[in-house]
Each structure stands twice: as structure tokens, then as C-alpha cells.
Write a protein that binds this ligand. Structure first.
Ligand code: ADP
Length: 270
């Protein structure tokens, strides 16, 4: 990266070529730095649960314990191992799914029919609070997506809305759209995100200082994964938020109108 070409401003083709070369180098350097930061952040996030695991094991091995004490320690070890597993799976997902990936297992999903069924997943979830769904979509507006990833995308947005709001406050999922695009938004009335944090909220490992200070658990990978899924589906994910008032995350996806079922006409041979 130290081999930038001197850029003579003579305006000839050679100078243009030198400029393009330098632009490419700059881009590559930024990508390299991003990768380096990603690896460092990943190692840092993995180190915390690992340190707890090792510490707990050392304590348990230092002197004989009762069966009950061993059971308690095993419980802590399992929680930390679960967290490690979650981080590793999220990292693998980000490593395997590029923004222009073709997502295997895509199906045609009619949103107006799928969304109420999806919301049933939250029916018995203690985090759900006052969760409402409003759908104003053409009944046959269809997105092409793997259902499991659409689930994961909305799960991430709704669980964040619940996590960063006071228990029981309203969370509203709204779906609106036309023949060629649908917008699904998840709005909460929680702690909100400052304007400067909104600029970085989709970057892997980003967590706002207020979320960390409040001791709210998280890895900072949920929104990075959500925005990667949306990009691979050809859509976009946006955040509008006001501190102490709440946040709205809106995902816009391309849709097609599926054919309405043909009604057989009377007097027509079958
Ligand atoms: P995690 O929730 O695991 O920290 P995310 O990637 O899902 O990771 O979110 C990144 C950060 O964005 C969170 O740590 C939090 O600071 C902020 N954030 C995300 N969703 C919301 C929300 N609905 N309200 C307030 N802050 C949010």
C-alpha cells in the first residue's frame, strides 16, 4: 500500500491511469483495514466468554465440590458456551453470505398471508410486550426469500425493539406496499439511538455506549446480519430514531404480484 503512483496533473491518459490506480489502492486499503478491524473485534468478543469459561473451570477444579456446586458451575459454563456458539454462528453467517449472494432455499412468499403467521411465533414470548401488526399490502404482493432468513431478519428487529424499550411499551410492525415494493417497519418507543450512532449502527460489533452502560446483553452482530440479508434480497434497511423517544427500522423489499387463482367460468368445459 506504500506504492502509490505520483499523480502528475498534466491531464493526459497516463495521469488518468495513475489516478485510477491510486483510487483502487485506496479502496483495497480500506477493505483491508475493515477486515483487520473485524478480526480484532471478533477475537475480542470471543475472548470475554472464553475467559469466564476458563475462570469457572479453574475455580471448580481447585477444591472438591458438592454435586450441587458442580451443577451450578455447569449451568454457568453452559450459558457462556451458548454465547460463544451464538457469536461463532453469527460470524460464520457473515463470512458465508456476501451482499450479492444467491440465497439457497428461496420461495415465493405472500407477505399479507405470511406476516400474521410469522407473528404467532411471538405469541408466547415473554419479551413481546405490546406487539401489534398492521398490514396494508396488496393481498398477492410476493417476495422471493428463504423463509428462515425472513424469520431471522424480523426476529432481529423485533427482539431489538423489545430489548431497548421498557417492558410492555408498544412495538408496532407495519407492512405497506405497492405492486413492486413492500416496506416492513418495526417501531418502538424505547431508548432511541443518537444521530452519530445511527451512522454506524449496521456495522458488525457496533453497540451504543448507552446500551453497554445499561448492561443490556448483546454482541453487536444482529443488525449487521439483518442488513446483509436485506442486501442479498435486493432490498434496503434504514433506521430512523430519536433519543429517548424510540426507533423505527424499515426494510424495503422488491415484490411481484402473484397471479390470483383463475376462477373457472360457468358453462365452460373443465
Ligand atoms: P446487539 O443488540 O446484540 O447489541 P445489534 O447489531 O442488533 O446488536 O444492534 C447494535 C446496536 O444498535 C445495539 O447494541 C444498540 O446500541 C443499537 N440498537 C439496535 N436496535 C435498537 C433499538 N431498537 N433501539 C435502540 N437501540 C438499538
Amino acid at each position: 500500500f506504500k506504492s502509490r503512483l505520483p499523480a502528475p496533473d498534466s491531464g493526459d491518459e497516463l495521469a488518468d491511469l495513475g489516478q485510477s490506480f491510486n483510487t483502487l489502492l485506496d479502496r483495497q486499503q480500506r477493505a483491508y483495514e475493515q477486515q483487520r478491524r473485524f478480526a480484532g473485534d471478533a477475537a475480542h468478543e470471543l475472548r470475554t466468554p472464553l475467559t469466564v469459561l476458563l475462570g469457572q473451570m479453574d475455580v471448580a477444579l481447585r477444591r472438591p465440590r458438592t454435586a450441587e456446586e458442580y451443577a451450578d458451575t455447569l449451568g454457568v459454563l453452559r450459558d457462556e458456551a451458548n454465547e460463544l456458539q451464538q457469536i461463532v454462528e453469527s460470524l460464520l453467517f457473515l463470512a458465508r453470505t456476501s451482499e450479492d449472494a444467491t440465497l439457497p432455499g428461496s420461495e415465493s412468499i405472500e407477505l399479507a398471508e405470511w406476516l400474521p403467521r410469522y407473528m404467532e411465533r411471538w405469541q408466547n414470548d415473554p419479551r413481546r410486550g405490546d406487539l401489534q401488526l398492521e398490514v396494508q399490502l396488496p393481498p398477492n404482493a410476493t417476495v422471493s426469500a428463504p423463509p428462515a432468513l425472513l424469520n431471522r431478519l424480523l426476529d432481529n428487529l423485533i427482539s431489538n425493539a423489545a430489548k431497548y424499550s421498557a417492558p410492555g411499551t408498544p412495538i408496532t410492525v407495519t407492512a405497506t406496499g405497492s405492486a413492486d415494493a413492500a416496506a416492513i417497519s418495526v417501531a418502538d418507543q424505547g431508548r432511541g439511538i443518537s444521530p452519530e450512532d445511527q451512522a454506524t449502527v449496521f456495522e458488525p460489533f457496533f453497540r451504543s455506549k448507552s446500551a453497554r452502560d445499561a448492561g443490556i446483553a448483546g454482541t453487536g452482530l444482529g443488525l449487521a446480519i439483518a442488513s446483509r440479508i436485506v442486501a442479498a434480497l435486493g432490498g434496503r434497511l434504514e433506521c430512523h430514531s430519536e433519543l429517548s423517544r424510540g426507533s423505527t427500522f424499515t426494510l424495503t423489499l422488491p415484490t411481484r404480484l402473484s397471479q390470483p387463482p383463475q376462477q373457472p367460468r360457468l358453462n365452460e368445459p373443465p
